[in-house]
Design a protein around this ligand. Sequence first.
Ligand SMILES: *[C@@H]1O[C@H](CO)[C@@H](O)[C@H](O)[C@H]1NC(C)=O
Ligand SMILES: *[C@@H]1O[C@H](CO)[C@@H](O)[C@H](O)[C@H]1NC(C)=O
Ligand SMILES: *[C@@H]1O[C@H](CO)[C@@H](O)[C@H](O)[C@H]1NC(C)=O
Ligand SMILES: *[C@@H]1O[C@H](CO)[C@@H](O)[C@H](O)[C@H]1NC(C)=O
Ligand SMILES: *[C@@H]1O[C@H](CO)[C@@H](O)[C@H](O)[C@H]1NC(C)=O
Length: 392
Amino acid sequence: MALSVLLTFTLLFAVTSTQFLPPYTEDCRTDTYPPNGPTFRGAVGWYTVDLDSPPSKRWDAVITEKKTHLVNMIQAIRDLANAFVPSGKLIELVDVTLPIMADTLPSPFSEEIKGIAAVSGIPLGEVVLFNIFYEVFTVCTSIVAEDHKGNLIHGRNLDFGLFMGWDVKNKSWIISEKLKPLVVNLDFRRNNQTVFKSTNFAGYVGMLTGIKPHTFTLTMNERFSLDGGYIGIMEWVLGKRDGMWMSFLTRSVLEDANSYEEAKTRLAQTKLLAPAYFILGGNQTGQGCIITRSRLLNIDLLEIDVKLGRWYVLETNYDHWEEPLFLDDRRTPAMKCMNQTAQKNISVNTMYDVLSTKPVLNKLTTYTTLMQVSEGKLESYIRDCPNPCMPW
Ligand SMILES: *[C@@H]1O[C@H](CO)[C@@H](O)[C@H](O)[C@H]1NC(C)=O
Ligand SMILES: *[C@@H]1O[C@H](CO)[C@@H](O)[C@H](O)[C@H]1NC(C)=O
Ligand SMILES: *[C@@H]1O[C@H](CO)[C@@H](O)[C@H](O)[C@H]1NC(C)=O
Ligand SMILES: *[C@@H]1O[C@H](CO)[C@@H](O)[C@H](O)[C@H]1NC(C)=O
Ligand SMILES: *[C@@H]1O[C@H](CO)[C@@H](O)[C@H](O)[C@H]1NC(C)=O
């Protein structure tokens, strides 16, 4: 609970200091799809990652193409670290200690991260940092909905960059802006066949958003409520390594699990380094759930149950049985728009409408992904949120 108090104060400070007056809500948007207008910055390009090539080489094509943007991003992180600790000691620490940590990460993540450092020329410690910081501050909205024919549609906004520097002139989050050019769609292939697809940031080897075509869809959201919280990450750094990084688990599940049930079991039962929400969709009626995780346990499972009128599940960053933080309520507006759409009208198009309604769409939103499991389809769009718009 200490964290949510801290979060409240930080958000309050951000509100007053940037003169934002929440909530900047709006009526549920309609007819926003196909994406167009000022909230749509562009479509996301596709890249192939060949799982048959050695881990140290499989990111070469993506990184070669995105190198300039990745270097800019890392520079922004350095600037923030140096603003925080002006002596430059923080980045020095990252450069010295995190490379050691690269060796402690499980295969193939360790080799992949080293390969990314080698091909980008970015110091290994800084690539490691780039790969762990999403585990900490990703605020998002994820929805799995079932249409009246039993098709499952999974949508998500990925919101990232909170507290990491506000650009007063541009009225934007520095890190969110730098992330947008790094958004890529990835097609992971084995024997030249798609195993799974994801929306990702170039240089990041974990998974926050992905689909195993015709089988399941998966997104991960940050869970702030601490029950031991980042102690797990600290323990890892200090040598106690019996939990799993959350986004490495999602990647392994996308790679290896062959059904909704198998994915659900692994996401619910694997010991983690920090709490998380996993939002999982399957390929048939009733298969959609939010798994609320502590480090050790599956605390709660909320599943679609059309007979009970629960034709969708929706997760932001708060336990579904509790009220969201009053300054950060994206859940109520998103649910309002889902309810207004109704099961008979839910589709990829109307899901995009919901995810385009402020403050579900906000200044942190880097991309929107829409997945349709039965068609094996994943599509994603880079977002903007022109003023007036909530900073989160
Ligand atoms: C402000 O936004 C503009 C347009 O998006 C961009 O070209 C410029 O680099 C941004 N400025 C900073 C300091 O990020
Ligand atoms: C892999 O598959 C793609 C399309 O599915 C095809 O264009 C390409 O030629 C294949 N490559 C090899 C090496 O078989
Ligand atoms: C759903 O997934 C299961 C498990 O992988 C598979 O056996 C089944 O064929 C799939 N159903 C459809 C409709 O794709
Ligand atoms: C949406 O509908 C559900 C189910 O009927 C209801 O529990 C919930 O309160 C509604 N939420 C909003 C914001 O309208
Ligand atoms: C649902 O869709 C139908 C036609 O596709 C449209 O006429 C109707 O207004 C929609 N209803 C809502 C609540 O959006």
